[in-house]
Ligand binder design. Sequence first.
Ligand code: GLA
Length: 380
Amino acid sequence: MNMRLALLGSALLLGLRPVDNGLARTPPMGWNSWNHFGCDVSAQLIKETADAIVASGMRDAGYRYVVIDDCWQVARDRAGKIVADSVRFPGGMKPLADYVHSKGLKFGLYTDAGRKTCQGRPGTYGSEEIDARTYAEWGVDYVKEDWCNAQGLDAPTQYAKFRDALAKSGRPIVFSICEWGSNRPWTWGPKTGNLWRTTGDIGDYWASMISRVDLNTQYAQSASPGGWNDPDMLEVGNGGMTDDEYRAHFSLWAIMAAPLMAGNDVRTMSAATRDILTNKEVIAVDQDSLGVQGMIVEEPGPDLQVWSKLLADSSRAVVLLNRSALQTAISAPWWSLRIRGAATVRDLWTHTDLGTFDDHFSATVPAHGVVMARITPRHG
Ligand code: GLA
């Protein structure tokens, strides 16, 4: 049995048959308005963002879904159809979706499985079918469904209802479950959606980012092509962390095969932010076709970790993570990576081949930072 079949086999044994909409065979990549803009969304912002995703090289690096989070919706009409804010979205969502599509990108919206969204806008509860139909009609390719104002409702039931409504709409739509890990979504998420949040909301600071990692890593067995653990959207470029910290954030999301949804203002980002978000060698780790969520394989000291992710070509993506406030050397012994004999090492942030090593790889890692490498055994 090859490795891919073995992994799929273990997911099936756990009863984790992926949702069969055929989408998100690798973790979804894109941009979402919430982390930077909150409720301040508009058609203008979305168009300028789509333009910037193309101009910055993000589209070419793999970012696809442009997702409007909460606050685009204001009411339902007499027929029960959801109505977009006509001041912020003149002309409605269809022409905006068309614009995004014309840039070679895909279009996404947010809703809530409860009665109202987290910001008090109309929720989807009781309107699942009409909402799914409306989104399909507008050309929506991705829906994020939140869990506010859902008191007394059963999460697996409500999310399955919307999964089925989306399937019935006839349009392929990525389904993003956002119930913050409250109802063990890693057990029913794989058969319900393409990604499911495992944590509460991320904040733009180191301790918040790292605590999402510590939660998300506990459910690694549930991830496989088509269904991914979601430790929340990226904060890279929002200003609350150093570039070393953002590199660590991005590397950890990639090694965990997490969705890569940028959450910054891509119209005005610095060159350093752009370089982090478009690092193709790190993105290739996230998007590897084997679809394994990497894990901690060794903790050589307090606040020091070695992470490893098996890739389709049998190389290992490795993150040396320094969670401490002092620059430190970290070593990844071959036994922890299940490698025997010589292996070549490539640094994925400096984009350099470091040579061939026989039994370990060590590097000096900045405080609150990482060294990330791709380690390829000479003999399989
Ligand atoms: C919740 C979600 C966030 C965001 C906001 C919008 O907090 O977890 O990701 O969608 O709602 O109100």
